[in-house]
Design a protein around this ligand. Structure first.
Ligand SMILES: [Fe+2]
Ligand SMILES: [Fe+2]
Length: 243
C-alpha cells in the first residue's frame, strides 16, 4: 500500500467538494490519525493506512453501483437504479462526502497493544503488536461520524441519513427507524452496499485483495476527475460488524 499515493488521492477527491468549512475538516483529518489508523482490529484492512484505503474503496464501490448522470444538478451526479428504474439521484459531492467520511468515527478510535505470539520460523514466543479499540470519543458509529463532520461542514439531509445509518441491519439497535429511513433516503442502502462490498469483497487483512490493487494513485474509477485541481493547502458490536 502506497500510503502517500492514497493520501494524495483522498485529498484530491475531497478537494472537489466546494462546501464552506471543508478546509477545516481536512485540517481535522490531517491532525488526527485518519491516515494511519486501521479500518478494523482484525476483520479487514487491520493495518496502518487501512481506514484511508477503506474510505477510498467505498468511494470506488459506490460509484460502481451508481450510474453517471451528467444532468443531475448542480454539476452532474449519479443515479441509483433499481430494476432498471431511477430510484434516486445524488450530486457528485454527496457521493464523495458519504463515502470518504462515513467512517471518520474511527479517528482516535484504535490503539496498538502487544500480545505473545509464536514465531513460525524460529518457534520462539515473542511480543507482537496488534490493534485494539480505545475509543476516545465514545459516541457510537454512524451518528458519531455525522456529528464530527457537522462540526466543520453542513450535510444535506440525504447525506446525514446515509452516514448515520450506513451500518444497515448489522446495527440491530433500531431496525424500525432504519427501515423507515431507507424508504425515505435510498442512498442509505447504496452506501451500506458499497461499504459491504469494500469490507467483504475488496479488502484483506493487510491490504486490498489482488483484484483491487490500484497501480495508479488515481484509478480509472475516478478518471473523470483525475485532472481536477487538488487542495493546495492542502463499541464492540460495531467492530464485530467490521464495516
Ligand atoms: Fe462504518
Ligand atoms: Fe466502512
Amino acid at each position: 500500500m502506497d500510503r502517500q499515493a492514497l493520501i494524495n488521492r483522498f485529498e484530491a477527491e475531497l478537494g472537489k467538494v466546494q462546501r464552506p468549512g471543508v478546509d477545516k475538516l481536512l485540517e481535522y483529518i490531517r491532525r488526527s490519525d485518519f491516515y494511519t489508523a486501521p479500518a478494523s482490529t482484525k476483520y479487514h484492512l487491520s493495518c496502518e493506512g487501512g481506514l484511508l484505503q477503506h474510505s477510498l474503496n467505498v468511494l470506488d464501490a459506490l460509484r460502481g453501483i451508481l450510474v453517471r448522470n451528467n444532468d443531475c444538478p448542480p454539476h452532474g451526479g449519479w443515479d441509483y437504479m433499481v430494476a432498471g428504474r431511477t430510484l434516486d439521484n445524488f450530486p457528485d459531492e454527496s457521493v464523495t462526502i458519504v463515502a470518504l467520511l462515513h467512517d471518520i468515527c474511527k479517528t482516535y478510535f484504535y490503539t496498538v497493544g502487544t500480545r505473545n505470539a509464536k514465531n513460525e520460523k524460529t518457534g520462539k514466543w515473542e511480543k507482537v503488536p496488534y490493534y485494539t479499540v480505545q475509543d476516545k470519543m465514545p459516541l457510537g458509529h454512524g451518528a458519531k461520524s455525522a456529528m464530527i463532520i457537522k462540526q466543520y461542514i453542513e450535510l444535506t439531509t440525504p447525506e446525514m441519513y446515509a452516514i448515520w445509518w450506513h451500518m444497515g441491519y448489522t446495527d440491530t439497535s433500531d431496525t424500525l427507524s432504519l427501515t423507515n429511513a431507507i424508504e425515505a433516503y435510498p442512498v442509505i442502502w447504496a452506501l451500506h452496499t458499497a461499504d459491504m462490498m469494500a469490507s467483504h469483497m475488496m479488502e484483506a487483512e493487510g491490504g486490498n485483495k489482488d483484484r483491487f490493487l490500484a497501480p495508479d494513485p488515481v484509478p480509472a474509477s475516478a478518471g473523470q476527475w483525475a485532472d481536477s485541481p487538488t487542495m493546495s493547502d492542502g463499541s464492540e458490536f460495531m467492530e464485530a460488524a467490521a464495516l
